[in-house]
Design a protein around this ligand. Structure first.
Ligand code: FE2
Length: 237
């Protein structure tokens, strides 16, 4: 499915996420493998934000990744911007983000006027983001919201509440233990709902910490130039 179809399915049906095929040629896949071979043993900085409103964002991405990988990312980024009928985007490129326990959560909104309603994500190397095939069960949502209110309080003093936050997350995770976890292959991206009660529950993938698995994960929020300026201002605080 292409991005436009994926988005319209997502908007018309009562689903919290939808998938689309990435644009990856045979040569692209070879370049991704090459990048993996060269970098999987190195320590790459964990994650960085880029904004298409910056004139030099392509150079920035190229420097952070590699010129070859940058071309692949930009090609898919442009497809996503075009497919969502917007002019700009915030791109977050992450390496090696994984967990030993799920962190089921929903994302809030990224900008208002009009409110951002979805986020794109794809993984070029390693295990993909986990999405929950959830039926919006009211009782579970109520329990989750109560726990989340508690968590918001705990986060105000993060350093002193680390253990309690972990315990809170474990309780949240227990609520979803009977649901199916969906994980895409590296040639498939997803778009998921953010910012309201029907947002998609998602988590970083689980990885045995000893394996130190290399992962390259990209998330994108599209919008107008003004929308992306709002995200940039908020994220650079
Ligand atoms: Fe998230």
């Amino acid at each position: 499915m292409d991005i436009k179809n994926s988005l319209s399915k997502f908007k018309s049906k009562n689903v919290s996420f939808s998938n689309f095929k990435l644009k990856l040629s045979k040569k692209d896949k070879q370049e991704i493998n090459k990048f993996y071979e060269l970098n999987s043993k190195n320590t790459i900085p964990n994650g960085r934000d880029f904004y298409t409103i910056d004139d030099d964002y392509i150079d920035q991405i190229s420097e952070f990744t590699s010129p070859e990988l940058c071309k692949i990312i930009i090609k898919n980024l442009n497809e996503i911007i075009k497919g969502s009928n917007k002019s700009n985007a915030w791109i977050c490129i992450n390496f090696n983000t994984y967990r030993t326990e799920y962190r089921w959560h929903r994302d809030g909104t990224f900008y208002l006027n009009p409110r951002s309603k979805y986020k794109f994500a794809f993984t070029l190397i390693g295990p993909s983001t986990c999405l929950l095939d959830f039926d919006n069960n009211k009782m579970i949502i109520e329990k989750y919201n109560k726990l989340d209110l508690l968590a918001q309080d705990l986060y105000k003093d993060y350093n002193n509440n680390k253990e309690k936050i972990l315990e809170n997350q474990r309780k949240k995770n227990k609520l979803f233990s009977n649901y199916v976890v969906v994980q895409n292959n590296n040639d498939t991206g997803c778009v998921f709902k953010v910012g309201d009660e029907k947002s998609a529950f998602h988590s970083e993938p689980l990885v045995d910490i000893d394996l130190k698995l290399f992962r390259l994960y990209i998330s994108i929020v599209t919008g107008s130039k003004k929308n992306i300026e709002v995200i940039k201002k908020h994220r650079s605080r």
